[in-house]
Design a protein around this ligand. Structure first.
Ligand code: HEM
Length: 213
């Protein structure tokens, strides 16, 4: 018992350090850019864009944990899934708060007009609603109360990832200035989501087949 506790005590701070390091890295990089005067032209728009980028990156990182944990010897990676997912939600919250609260100063009439004009906002809002629900239900008390339904509910994370993909693709497509330079973003993110979904589906199919053999 003492051995197990000692190992846990040594392991826990080490993995927590890595996972929190990964989680705060986008914010640290952003502030380094601010201090070096890289974003002086439009700091608010840059902050909205970088927080969005951080949210999707960490969402993909969190989704990668489950298939990685299937690899022999990597089962421990699954512990990273929840904190990385919560970091993704935190950046999405900053992204939405900067846009709605700072850029549009909570002016619902302006925001309504924006939503009517830019369909990509609906996809972002859908993803944000799902991520908010998943963040709330990942609290341990609620998780326990939901029991088996929790797992089914948390599969919605893939729907959120697909909605974010459309959101990102339409943002880039709608911006002629960025079209040439940044088309790689939705392509890369799309490939990431595609691989992650594909790997999961393949495992399901293989498991289904082995049951019938
Ligand atoms: C109510 C919800 C949301 C709103 C209103 C919203 C709003 C926006 C806006 C206005 C932009 C364009 C920024 C610009 O180029 O000026 C944007 C871009 C983006 N958003 Fe969202 N968003 C929402 C949800 C989300 C969520 C949940 C994610 C990710 C998990 C996300 C990820 C992104 C990404 C990756 C970009 C592109 C950033 C870039 O150009 O590099 N958004 N969003």
């Amino acid at each position: 018992m003492a051995k197990v506790l000692t190992r846990k005590a040594v392991e826990r701070p080490a993995w927590l350090l890595w996972v929190h390091g990964l989680g705060v890295a986008p914010a640290v990089l952003f502030w380094i850019g601010v201090l070096r005067g890289m974003y002086w032209i439009n700091p608010l728009q840059t902050a909205i864009q970088r927080s969005g980028d951080a949210a999707i990156l960490l969402l993909l990182a969190s989704l990668t944990c489950t298939p990685l944990a299937w690899v022999r010897g990597l089962a421990w990676v699954v512990r990273w899934r929840r904190p990385l997912g919560l970091y993704a939600f935190a950046y999405a919250l900053v992204h939405v708060a900067l846009y709605v609260g700072v850029d549009y100063e909570l002016n619902w009439a302006w925001l309504g007009a924006e939503f009517r004009e830019k369909p990509y906002l609906w996809f972002g809002a859908g993803a944000f609603l799902i991520l908010s629900g998943l963040a709330v239900t990942s609290l341990q008390g609620i998780q326990r109360r939901l029991g088996r339904r929790w797992k089914a509910l948390h599969r919605l994370v893939y729907v959120a990832a697909l909605l974010v993909l459309v959101h990102l693709a339409l943002v880039v497509k709608g911006d002629a200035l960025r079209l040439r330079g940044e088309v790689w973003k939705p392509l890369l993110a799309g490939m990431g989501v595609g691989v992650l979904l594909g790997v999961r589906l393949l495992r399901r199919v293989r498991r289904g087949l082995s049951k019938h053999l």
